[in-house]
Ligand binder design. Structure first.
Ligand code: FAD
Ligand code: DHB
Length: 391
């Protein structure tokens, strides 16, 4: 049986960042990942980072390429009823957002981790966690055909929504809060110039759409679509026509179309597990919570959890203190619930839930209020750039 200080399940952004941060503080960890490295790096997901996330990636020493290649945005646009309104995030909050794809973060983390001699067991099968309530937790798995075990001080469950760690907690000790939404997001990535310099969130009677980007020549667009739609029913030409139909005129005229290089449909869900600590097991990122993508909070929340857990583990190993470890769950959840509220609210404000004209008119009234009131715009901006930690 081998040994490490922290066994990390999952090599997504949460698991790799935690391992890298711990490494910079001299704390040993092993990461066990079910998939191959190439598979994990090919998943197209988030693309918008809060300044706190940028700072954390820099603290871990993995931010150099992001600082060179990422796009800094000072504002964001809301489009509704044929008009647009810009929210000046920088003027209202002093903060900016960074456009830099999760795929790039994933590569930067894996490269830095490998260069530092970090251990990731890619394609680890049948991962199971044991005795996390006792003093010597263990992780068992099959790797390269052999069954193996690692003993550790702590287990970090960074294994996403479908992972094994949350599922290993006895049902009576965990509370799960969930809301599913009656539509999905159809996403397209294409090597074409974006319609605007900043992101545009569109409320339209035909359904929500979002104009985002990965660079000035790679666009990421999303359309609200029925949950049961299949990709076969969305050839590129139909996607571009539908997007054009939902955009305000000035952007519809500027839309550059091209072959999609990725196309996918994602369901929307809000989900929070409580608490996030069970003895020596900590749930982190998507293993603990999911938000609908509107507002781009998922990755930012996941990495914020990592920051809180990292601080707690460092305090434990340096000072022998349990204080921050015992506060992990409450500190992480304080941020999680606020972002869960914002993502739910922004989703509700921007999507078509039914043919109900009353609900649609209320959405337009609220969007007009945000456009008129600096207080309302400020509340939006504070949530969008990410709320500061409570303590
Ligand atoms: P994950 O990235 O899910 O990583 C978990 C890892 O654990 C995976 O590599 C998985 O293979 C591994 N794993 C799972 N089970 C096991 C096991 N039993 N044993 C070992 N390893 C295991 N967020 C945004 O902010 N904006 C977006 O636009 C956006 N779009 C998204 C689109 C999709 C389709 C999805 C699924 C998510 C999206 N998100 C978005 C959310 C964002 O990508 C996640 O919040 C982020 O990936 C969370 O990181 P994580 O490391 O906690 O979990
Ligand atoms: C992206 C996704 C989001 O959900 C969002 O609110 C902003 C940007 C993106 O993938 O670029």
């Amino acid at each position: 049986m081998s040994r490490t200080q922290v066994a990390i399940i999952g090599a997504g952004p949460s698991g790799l960042l935690l391992s890298q941060l711990l490494h910079t503080c001299g704390i040993d960890s092993v990461v066990l990942e079910r998939r191959a490295r190439a598979y994990v790096e090919a998943r197209i997901r988030a693309g918008l980072l809060e300044s706190g996330t940028v700072a954390l990636l820099n603290q871990a020493g993995v931010g150099a390429r992001m600082m060179r290649e990422g796009l800094v945005h000072d504002g964001v646009e809301l489009a509704f009823d044929g008009r647009t309104h810009r929210i000046d995030l920088k003027a209202l909050t002093g903060q900016q957002m960074m456009v830099y794809g999760q795929t790039e973060i994933q590569k930067d983390l894996a490269d830095a981790h490998a260069a530092a001699g970090g251990r990731v067991l890619w394609q680890a099968e049948e991962v199971a966690i044991h005795d996390f309530d006792g003093h010597t937790p263990r992780v068992s798995y099959r790797h390269a055909g052999a069954r193996q075990q690692i003993e550790c001080d702590f287990i970090a469950g960074c294994d996403g929504y479908h992972g094994v760690t949350r599922a290993s907690v006895p049902a009576g000790r965990i509370t799960l809060h969930e809301r599913v939404y009656p539509f999905g997001w159809l996403g397209v990535l294409a090597d074409v110039a974006p319609v605007a310099d900043e992101l545009v969130y569109v409320n339209h009677a035909r359904g929500f759409s979002l104009c985002s980007m990965r660079s000035m020549n790679r666009s990421r667009y999303y359309l609200q679509c029925p949950l049961d739609d299949s990709l076969d029913s969305w050839p590129d030409a139909r996607f571009w026509d539908e997007l054009r139909a939902r955009l305000p005129e000035k952007y519809a005229a500027r839309l550059v179309t091209g072959a999609s290089i990725e196309k996918s449909i994602a369901p929307l869900r809000s989900f929070v597990a409580e608490p996030l600590r069970f003895g020596r097991l900590f749930l982190v990122g998507d293993a603990a919570h999911i938000v609908p993508p509107t507002g781009a909070k998922g990755l930012n929340l996941a990495l914020a959890d990592v920051g809180v857990l990292h601080q707690a583990l460092v305090e434990h190993y340096r000072a022998g203190s349990e204080t921050l470890l015992s506060e992990y769950s409450a500190r992480a959840l304080a941020r999680v619930w606020k972002a869960t509220r914002f993502s739910w609210w922004f989703t509700t404000l921007m999507h078509r839930f039914s043919a109900d004209t009353f609900a649609y008119r209320l959405q337009l009234a609220e969007l007009e209020y945000i456009a008129q009131s600096e207080a309302a715009a400020c509340a939006f901006a504070q949530n969008y750039v990410g709320l500061r930690p409570p303590h």
